[in-house]
Design a protein around this ligand. Sequence first.
Ligand SMILES: Cc1cc2nc3c(=O)[nH]c(=O)nc-3n(C[C@H](O)[C@H](O)[C@H](O)COP(=O)(O)OP(=O)(O)OC[C@H]3O[C@@H](n4cnc5c(N)ncnc54)[C@H](O)[C@@H]3O)c2cc1C
Ligand code: SF4
Length: 480
Amino acid sequence: MKIARQHSIEQEASERKKNFLEVSFGLNEERAFIEAKRCLECKNPICTEGCPVGIDIRSFVQLILQKDYLGAVQKIRETNYLPAICGRVCPQETQCEQVCTMGKKHEPVAIGKLERFVADFELANNLFCPPTISERRDEKVAIVGSGPAGLTCAAELGKLGYQVTIFEALHGIGGVLRYGIPEFRLPKKILDIEAERIQALGVKIYTNFLVGRTATIDELFDEWKFNAIFLGTGAGTPSFMGIPGESLSGVYSANEFLTRINLMKAYSFPEYDTPIRIGQQIAVIGGGNTAMDAVRTAKRLGAERAYLIYRRSREEMPAREEEIHHAEEEGIEFLLLTNPTKILGDKNNWVCGIECLKMELGDSDDSGRRKPVAIKDSEFVIPVQTVIEAVGQKPNPIIQQTTSGLNVGKRGTVVVNDVQQTSREGIFAGGDLTRGGATVILAMGDGKIAAKEIHKYLQAKSKKLEEQFTATTIAEPVLA
Ligand SMILES: Cc1cc2nc3c(=O)[nH]c(=O)nc-3n(C[C@H](O)[C@H](O)[C@H](O)COP(=O)(O)OP(=O)(O)OC[C@H]3O[C@@H](n4cnc5c(N)ncnc54)[C@H](O)[C@@H]3O)c2cc1C
Ligand code: SF4
């Protein structure tokens, strides 16, 4: 195959590190067409098996070749209601593209970029039309949390005609898509439009509604008369390393840092003034997407030197390759095989430095990755004024603590079976709440499975009621 994989058009690194505009503009029509041509139209399109929501990838790529871009996005939306979001943030390289047949000898088809291209085409030309809902049903389903798991579950049930209501603790919907992922990777405008399309299915949304406090799960069943509930409350509680100095001023969890930036619009300075002090040098600890987002954000907010401190090597970093590459281009300084041991403070208790140890890779650990081992006497200090920890997160426990009969795992995750059912009848769950920190598309896949299962559950329940009613009617004595 002589045609090379097509690349997105991007803002120059020297420019984009000073602004919050989108880094990538995606493929243009010409590049999208060339890229679609690379698809081998496999008889067994294994790419679909690699997609947690089962998009018919071969068909949508073929529609691009016919220049039927609207048909292509409609094909995607049959199984994925958030194509413009997934086309931007999904880790395709470890899903559909990893198994793509083309990737065996050459680079895989750029499935994610093609998905974004058709979704953006539909958006730019205002061509969206909601699907027809053939039957409106009386049963009410509550969705707790409006991240990708909740939004997907709501969309699937909305398409089936259920009375769906989303309850969201924050004032805006989208979960991590809104308060975590920065504007330069996923503009809020895109999220708003895709979320509006879910509302167009008849889905109601209550924001500023903290389930477990504003109303408990039992109240949603007993007083609000919901027939089933899906929990998609994510894993928004940050973990810390537990090293000295974490209570100094200038230390943030990545969650707090990114939430301030996103929800208080710090990216629109000076129009919005956000209480966040960056300093000249900052250090972010971690190697995942969250760490990468935090360090690139800090650079855009004016840090002269932005360090990313990670205890293993580049190969082991869990962040998406594309994001690591973008961070490198933007001048982020990677301190690899380095582990922080202490955060240092000045006389006013503000951060003034971070002490680290050099590491080397030892044997593999339980995760299959080589374990970082400290190199004796290799301590060194770098001057920084801000430290941001991005070392993992766990679920918020409010619902688990206020709902009886819900099995909870060791790390605070809600336990589900393979069809997303919890230990309590009528309650289903998915996404980061059940997995710990994972990905957008896995959360969406869970939301989809749960919706299918809720549908089955409600149908079985109404059939049972119908049978009971018929049996009672037959059993009644006939009066002469
Ligand atoms: C900074 C960052 C960058 C990331 N980048 C990527 C990426 O590039 N690609 C990728 O695939 N994944 C990425 N991820 C991971 C991905 O965003 C998550 O796996 C995904 O959002 C999980 O979806 P969810 O629906 O389970 O939960 P969330 O997105 O966390 O949404 C949960 C929602 O529930 C609400 N909620 C919580 N408790 C309650 C309650 N009691 N009552 C009502 N509402 C409640 C929360 O406010 C939130 O809105 C990133 C994560 C972070 C933090
Ligand atoms: S596996 Fe790759 S080459 Fe084959 S149909 Fe899917 S996208 Fe096309």
